[in-house]
Design a protein around this ligand. Structure first.
Ligand code: SF4
Ligand code: F3S
Length: 381
């Protein structure tokens, strides 16, 4: 059987340009042939979505989609990929609910639209009655073994939740009383989606961060692994997207965004936004896009050496650290004023309040929900 250790090595190996899914496929095939684990049955539903995450999965170049869906997972319901459509598709869905209740993985793409009891988002018919995304998500999540969200909308509300949010869109965890594993991104990377599903089926729930994102994909700050980081430290800042240098001054949200984009890369491991000439817009974070807007204005804060300081006072704040003998290249550069001066010169700062309340609200509510579920478990025992 493919060991978890080997699986984690593959996750890391894909940083060297090797295609994760291509490497994973034969090993999962072999494991399934041994008969000790079953191919996971997956029900993939779309609520308030643009279908971008399904399309992202379709861009998993190697292997092709047919091989991926038939060899690694048993996709029983999906508007885009399943062979069965219309009534046949719903018969398949009902069959899974009857025969595999508590066994299947539910994947939700898209936000949950709550306004008017979800009536702006009918997703199928049952007994001649239209069923809303809200009803379907609640019902299927209660019957699933695991619930996984793909994309920022299903995870945290995403673009569908943008102010003033007339549809009252929210993330799946806000309407479901169960652990929801969040795989955000606008869209989510194919490796993040397939890697999470394979981990669930072979080893159970992966290690998660405080926002229920798998740490194997969302454990590090983009800024810490970015190929333009040296330019940041040397105080070489681009004045427009596409130019040489670091994109902090043109709004890069890499310093506050967790994902492995710089190492994993996109389009068959060949590029990612910052290398292709665009600042990161923070699509894997809660509150995106409001909390990350305006996209081309610089962040009011920056994290440096474990401290959060304003970009305007970066030099002053770090001078204290330099005085204590912490004299890394970054501190030295900033202390000498090379970075700080260039960091703020000629830029417009993103308002500190922009989207902050939404971000804080999502984080606080998620933490509250976790506290309640831990207390419930304690009381049960
Ligand atoms: Fe890279 Fe953006 Fe950080 Fe600059 S600010 S080093 S472009 S992640
Ligand atoms: Fe999203 Fe930033 Fe990666 S915009 S795709 S998290 S580089």
């Amino acid at each position: 059987m493919l060991s978890r250790r080997r699986f984690m090595q593959l996750v890391a190996l894909s940083f060297t340009g090797l295609n994760f899914i291509e490497q994973l496929l034969p090993l999962v095939d072999k494991t399934l042939a041994q008969g000790r684990v079953k191919k996971p049955t997956v029900i993939w539903i779309e609520a308030g979505t643009c279908t971008g995450d399904s399309i992202s999965l379709d861009n998993a170049v190697h292997p092709n989609m047919k091989k991926l869906l038939s060899d690694i997972i048993n996709l029983k319901y999906s508007w885009l990929f399943a062979a069965a459509q219309g009534d046949r598709a719903h018969e398949e869905l009902q069959k899974v609910l009857k025969e595999e209740e508590g066994e299947f993985i539910l994947v939700v793409e898209g936000s949950v639209i709550q306004a008017n009891n979800g009536k702006y988002n009918y997703i199928w018919m049952k007994d001649n009655q239209p069923i809303t995304g809200l009803e379907a998500v609640k019902d299927l999540a209660a019957k699933a073994k695991y619930v996984v969200t793909v994309g920022s909308c299903a995870s945290f509300g995403g673009p569908a939740r943008m102010s003033p949010n007339p549809a009252k869109s929210v993330g799946v965890w806000e309407v479901v009383d169960k652990l929801v594993i969040n795989v955000p991104g606008c869209p989510a990377h194919p490796d993040w989606m397939i890697g999470t599903i394979v981990h669930l089926s072979l080893y159970g729930v992966p290690e998660l961060d405080s926002l229920n994102r798998p740490k194997m994909f969302f454990g590090e700050l983009i800024h810490d692994k970015c190929q333009r980081r040296q330019a940041f430290e040397d105080g070489i800042f681009a004045s427009y997207p596409g130019e040489e240098g670091c994109y902090f001054k043109v709004g890069c949200k890499g310093p506050v965004t967790y994902s492995d984009c710089p190492k994993r890369m996109w389009q068959d491991n060949s590029e990612w936004p910052v290398i292709s000439g665009s600042p990161c817009i923070g699509c894997t974070e809660p509150g995106f896009p409001d909390a990350m807007s305006p996209f081309y204005e610089r962040l009011p804060h920056i994290s440096a050496l474990g401290r959060k300081v304003t970009a305007n006072t970066l030099g002053l704040s770090l001078a204290g650290l330099a005085g204590l003998g912490i004299t890394g290249h970054l501190v030295t550069s900033i202390y000498k004023g090379r970075v700080q001066k260039k960091l703020v010169e000629g830029t417009k700062e993103q308002s500190e309040d922009q989207g902050k309340s939404k971000l804080e609200e999502i984080k606080e509510r998620l933490a509250e929900k976790k506290r309640k579920s831990v207390n419930r478990r304690k009381n049960k025992w």
